[in-house]
Write a protein that binds this ligand. Sequence first.
Ligand code: NAP
Length: 283
Amino acid sequence: MKTYGLLGKNISYSLSPFMHNAAFKARNLKAEYRIFNLPENALGSFFEDMRKGTISGCNVTIPHKESALKFIDKCDDLVRNIKAVNTITSKDDKLFGYNTDCQGFIETLIGKNPGDLNFKSDGKDVFVFGAGGAAKAVIYGLINSGAKRIIIADIDEARAERLAQAVTEKENVSSVIAVVKDKAKYEEFISKADLLVNATPCGMKESDPPLFDYRYIHEKLYIFDLIYTSLTPLTKEATSRGAKAVNGLNMLLYQAGAAFKIWTGVKAPLEVMRGALLENIKK
Ligand code: NAP
């Protein structure tokens, strides 16, 4: 029996075990997926276990996506650029790191399946709320898919500045990246944007104040809310105002499918995983 799991802190709410355990079963793999709720000072022994093969692979989430980097032997270009890892696999005493959030975002952004946005970023203006771990994956995905201009807004302005600077310093970035600090200017940029992305947790609770004045949602605006637990106030408002909107459910599913393929070499049974996700999201 192989062991996989999610490494993070205060993550008992996670839906990943439902998706992965259903996928292992559907593919007849003798494996289990568990929650590893660990503090920072336990990471060393956790990754030692992975090196020994006691744990074959893991996903990494808040708050360890950056601190896990120092335990990895090799990583792909994306992890190097984003400086955040969300999938690790162990092979011959070595640990390999990947970031499948970016892939999950892009597949949902350009995909044409139900729950995908079917949006082409090439030459487009994008407004991104948030400058945390998820926003990094989103912004790299947008740069790689040719977005013309990306505006970042985060209540932690310094964090937004650091992210904008970090991505602008990379080679071959032709997108214009800017930070908007003045809330009064949000609407001006949003009314010109082609795509708006919410990469903050704002909207998880119905009582959360809106990120911006919804009157500025126009019919040609595409909206991608990374929150996956429900149809958020933002997606509901967007749909009622004639804009196309999706939540983060497919992104969650696709990033998990990509991790499953990395660990097992087997194509993920996405529809089985979606079923497990939907069944448990409702509870
Ligand atoms: P994070 O690292 O905590 O980053 C969120 C950022 O948004 C923080 O800088 C936060 O500032 C800022 N923020 C909070 N409220 C804001 C507001 N009203 N206006 C502007 N900025 C605001 O979190 P994360 O890991 O990036 O995740 C963000 C969201 O994406 C979460 O809801 C998460 O569940 C979702 N997500 C979804 C997927 C998926 O597969 N669908 C994958 C990853 C993440 P403070 O820290 O100062 O509050």
